[in-house]
Design a protein around this ligand. Structure first.
Ligand code: NAD
Length: 288
């Protein structure tokens, strides 16, 4: 890697706080090295106070772009020149591309989710999805899945500050896509169970299952699951969540954590910056 850096090396950033735990620098730098691309990817601790200057530096240093993560995914939007239409609908940006000083914002989380299922030869287009959560990840998944052809979507959220977001996601999907979306309350357990009964896939995009909610799950009864229901937890640390354990106890054939989504959202950003396909299998072996 170091041998490769020279006066022509192109910089790509990751701007978030906290960020030192991120796997993205390893993922992208190993990919550049593997493909012989003269880029370097570095993580920068950037919060809402330093974000405007950091975004200006993309232009000033002629960086190719940056990933953006919490707490900057929404606040970055007014600082950009253009938004990809899907990012506009999602209302969040995780990838910036710099084309000669013009900064365009994209969201690749939803693309990553869909691609991770394609990688497993599972096609959820034309099918019913039950989705819990309507935060950053849930919104990206809901809108991308609806645009990509999921036929019916039951979106559940608890009664917290994200409930309004869930309603907004339902409204956008019904207005702009052929998918029929409905809003449901996580507190209504009978409804939750009933919606799952004829679903093709259940995706949990809430923070439940991840530290500090590790060991918790929204569904603790294995009998809620069927063998042929796909169960997808967006959490990837820990690798096996409580929800996944319950699904396995319910004899579900296809149970996933969020690693595939994480890898494929990175691959989608990599393609936007470099025009090349990330060597996903190679990176998977390095990281996991
Ligand atoms: P967020 O804060 O934007 O949204 C949190 C969501 O969780 C909201 O819908 C909220 O209502 C819900 N929630 C929180 N606590 C809850 C509880 N106790 N019971 C029920 N619902 C609860 O967070 P986010 O950025 O959308 O991240 C959510 C999850 O998605 C995290 O677990 C994160 O690890 C995962 N994620 C995965 C990837 C990936 O690439 N695999 C990418 C982004 C996020």
């Amino acid at each position: 890697m170091l041998n490769q850096l020279d006066g022509h090396t192109i910089l790509i950033g990751l701007m978030a706080y906290p960020i030192r735990h991120s796997m993205s620098p390893t993922m992208h730098n190993h990919s550049f090295e593997k493909l012989g691309l003269n880029y370097a990817y570095l993580a920068f601790e950037v919060d809402d106070k330093t974000l405007p200057k950091a975004i200006d530096s993309i232009r000033a240093l002629d960086m190719r772009g940056s990933n953006i993560s919490m707490p900057n995914k929404q606040t970055v939007i007014p600082l950009l020149d253009k938004l990809d239409p899907t990012a506009e609908m999602i209302g969040a940006v995780n990838t910036i591309v710099n084309d000669n000083g013009v900064l365009t914002g994209y969201t690749t989380d939803g693309v990553g989710f869909m691609q991770s299922l394609d990688d497993e030869n599972l096609n959820i287009r034309g099918q019913k999805m039950v989705l819990s959560g309507a935060g950053g990840a849930g919104t990206a998944i809901a809108i991308q899945a609806a645009f990509d052809g999921v036929k019916e979507m039951a979106i559940f959220n608890r009664d917290d500050e994200f409930l309004e977001n869930a309603q907004r996601n339902v409204d956008i999907i019904n207005e702009k896509t052929d998918c029929k979306a409905t809003l449901h309350h996580l507190e209504d357990q009978d409804d939750f169970k009933a919606q799952l009964a004829d679903a093709f896939i259940y995706c949990d995009s809430t923070s439940v299952g991840m530290n500090p909610l590790e060991g918790q799950t929204l569904i603790s009864d294995p009998s809620w699951f069927r063998k042929d229901l796909i169960v997808y937890d967006t959490v990837y640390a820990p690798r096996t969540t409580k929800l996944m354990e319950v699904a396995e106890a319910g004899h579900v054939d296809h149970v996933f954590n969020g690693l595939g989504m994480m890898l494929e959202q990175g691959a989608a950003a990599f393609k936007l910056w470099t025009g090349e396909d990330m060597p996903v299998d190679y990176i998977h072996d390095i990281l996991f």
